[in-house]
Design a protein around this ligand. Structure first.
Ligand code: FAD
Ligand code: MG
Length: 340
């Protein structure tokens, strides 16, 4: 066997020493950012030995909103489908195809409590715009308008076949109940291709925890007290990659003559859902599912919601209208209530 030249061995040893030394000195640095996108606040904390990626992550969310998800921005994929898939099949990007399949499954399994075709109904209530401080006089839709919008809604009026979607005439998609969770999924995919070793990123009511903190301690995700949104009800202590979404009647609402009209609608009645709950938080390994399920569970109420979450392998925390907390088994020991 040929002997290996000494100079070659020396350079390998030098390289090893250098890599050990630089490896030791490259501790992750934290970067934080707060931005607005998807009509909500994005908060980021990332730990990385590489560059500050927070700007790229915000840009990713904005691109997702403008190019794919927004039903309000003409030219986005969803807006285009709402126009072109009326009675005829329209092609979908691979990602949106997968996402619509999942949303249809949640719609079916929840018996339509979650429904991604409520565009006509949510447009009619228009709670997002009506909840703005300078919105002017509040307008509650009439029974007739609601029944017309319900006739133009229904997940069973959507056909997903061969990578294409077809909507029954008049049906419009609204992915508002899953969009922020989808954003968290896309961020998770992005993070896997970077030097980021740990991150906690919230897109409104949907949160992603990823990797680990440099000190190895668990991520703490705060749950807002729906009875007093200026304080936290408690925290979830999580290790690794998780997706957490909360839906609540405090997020966007208007009040008329003492009645709260909020943004989570019951597709069975066409009116804001009243199932005895104030908020629902879902924890699972998928952003789109955590977001869609939190909306579905809010509409279904505690018992049916618990069964639905378990069907998808998700954990759930309910806060009822009296402020009582109910947890699925997997969250016991993970949720810690704030000291009174
Ligand atoms: P969730 O419970 O997750 O979802 C509630 C929302 O889902 C409702 O607002 C409605 O759109 C829809 N919905 C209601 N009931 C149901 C149901 N039973 N099944 C399925 N869907 C239902 N807000 C702005 O004010 N301005 C914006 O420009 C804006 N742009 C956005 C762009 C994108 C891509 C996304 C995803 C959201 C945007 N939003 C914007 C926020 C949006 O309009 C909703 O208010 C928000 O998605 C509600 O999320 P949530 O987590 O509070 O509630
Ligand atoms: Mg949701």
């Amino acid at each position: 066997m040929k002997s290996v030249p000494k100079i070659f061995i020396k350079s390998i040893v030098l390289l090893l020493v250098l890599s050990i030394l630089t490896g030791c000195s490259r501790q992750p640095v934290s970067y934080t950012a707060a931005d607005i996108a998807m009509g909500t606040v994005i908060n980021q904390t990332i730990y990385t030995v590489g560059e500050d990626e927070t700007g790229n992550i915000t840009e990713l969310i904005r691109r997702l909103e403008e190019d794919t998800l927004s039903w309000r921005i003409p030219g986005s994929e969803v807006a285009r489908i709402n126009l072109s898939a009326q009675g005829t099949p329209a092609g979908l990007s691979e990602e949106l195809w997968e996402e619509l399949l999942l949303l249809k499954a949640v719609s079916e399994q929840s018996g339509g409590a979650f429904d991604f075709t409520l565009g006509s109904l949510t447009g009619l209530w228009n709670i997002d715009a009506q909840a703005l401080p300078d919105a002017g006089e509040i307008r509650i839709p009439t029974e007739e308008e609601i029944s017309l919008a319900l006739n133009r809604s229904g997940y069973e009026k959507v056909v997903l076949e061969d990578g294409c979607v077809t909507l029954e005439e008049g049906v419009r998609l609204d992915l508002g109940a899953a969009g922020k969770g989808i954003a968290c999924d896309r961020i998770g995919d992005y993070l896997r291709g970077t030097d980021i070793s740990g991150a906690v990123i919230s897109v409104g009511g949907s949160v992603l925890t990823y990797g680990e903190k440099p000190d190895g301690s668990p991520w703490q995700v705060g749950i807002i007290d729906p009875g007093d949104t200026s304080r936290l009800l408690g925290t979830l202590s999580l290790t690794g990659e998780w997706y957490i979404s909360t839906s609540g009647d405090y997020e966007r609402y208007v009040e008329v003559e003492g009645i709260r009209y909020h943004h989570i609608l019951d597709p069975a009645s066409g009116y804001p859902a009243h199932s005895g709950l104030h908020s629902v938080t879902v924890v699972c390994d998928s952003g789109i599912l955590s977001d869609a399920l939190s909306t579905a569970c809010f509409v279904l109420g505690k018992d049916e919601g618990m069964a639905l979450a378990s069907l998808f392998g998700a954990e759930v925390l309910f806060v009822d209208e009296e402020g009582n907390i109910f947890l699925s088994e997997g969250l016991e020991g993970i949720f810690r209530r704030m000291e009174e």
